[in-house]
Design a protein around this ligand. Structure first.
Ligand code: ATP
Ligand code: MG
Length: 217
């Protein structure tokens, strides 16, 4: 597989969708058209699983929740991510395996060995070249989501849960050199410039950077 695989992780409201939009446009300035996708979802079956996962009326145990995420991810990897990477496309995913480690492992308390093992199975050899963690203090993220309106089941969980999730994300970043942690409270265009700089430096080589997207600092 020769395409690049870039993943955004972080809590609700961290700015993942916003930054994926910026990064997609930055790639487009170089003539590339990356595939953007999201978890859970990305395929009709995975989107159907997403509807179940995010329905606040359903009571789902931590184990079932993880298995649903894993099922959605398996389909997404098979149908979307692997074919695109094989074609040489850059794939940018809103969440991947790290989200299950943080939410279902650290957050809900499932055994981390089990979460990692099933993640490895369902990702079928696909590992991100770069994971960008948009780190945000949980209350700030929840405030942003409140302002946007509408809450799903995860967003109604308590603050302690979100603090465990945050620390689960940070631990993965510490342990894995392909992760980068950025402060999600920075202005969105500063973050976008920083992310494009990191992508260009680490994955594309400096020559691919366009003047318009060059780092200002
Ligand atoms: N750097 C930033 N500073 C301040 N506000 C931001 C920043 N980035 C995004 N926002 C705002 O925060 C809100 C959440 O942003 P966004 O939808 O991109 O987050 P998300 O991580 O994709 O959330 P979710 O996990 O719920 O999909 C939006 O209202 C957005 O305009
Ligand atoms: Mg989003």
């Amino acid at each position: 597989m020769c395409g690049l695989f870039i993943v955004f992780e972080g809590p609700e409201g961290a700015g993942k969708s916003t930054q994926i939009g910026y990064l997609k446009r930055s790639f487009e300035t170089t003539g590339q058209a990356p595939l953007t996708t999201r978890e859970p979802g990305g395929t009709p079956a995975s989107d159907a699983i997403r509807t179940v996962l995010l329905d606040p009326k359903l009571v789902i145990s931590p184990l079932s929740e993880f298995l649903l995420y894993a099922a959605s991810r398996a389909q997404h990897v098979t149908d979307i991510i692997i074919p695109a990477l094989k074609e040489g496309k850059t794939v940018i995913s809103d969440r991947f395996t790290g989200a299950s480690v943080a939410y279902q492992g650290y957050g809900r308390g499932l055994d981390l060995g089990f979460v990692n093992d099933l993640n490895t199975r369902v990702s079928q050899g696909v590992t991100p070249d770069l994971t960008i963690l948009l780190d945000l203090e949980p209350l700030r993220g929840l405030e942003r989501v409140d302002q946007r309106g509408g809450k799903d089941r995860l967003e109604q969980a308590d603050l302690a849960f979100h603090q465990r999730v945050r620390s689960g994300f940070l631990k993965q970043a510490e342990a894995n050199p392909s992760w980068v942690v950025l402060n999600a409270e920075l202005p969105e265009d500063d973050l976008a410039r920083e992310i494009w700089y990191i992508v260009s430096e680490r994955l594309l080589g400096r020559s691919k950077m366009t003047d318009a997207s060059e780092r200002s600092s």
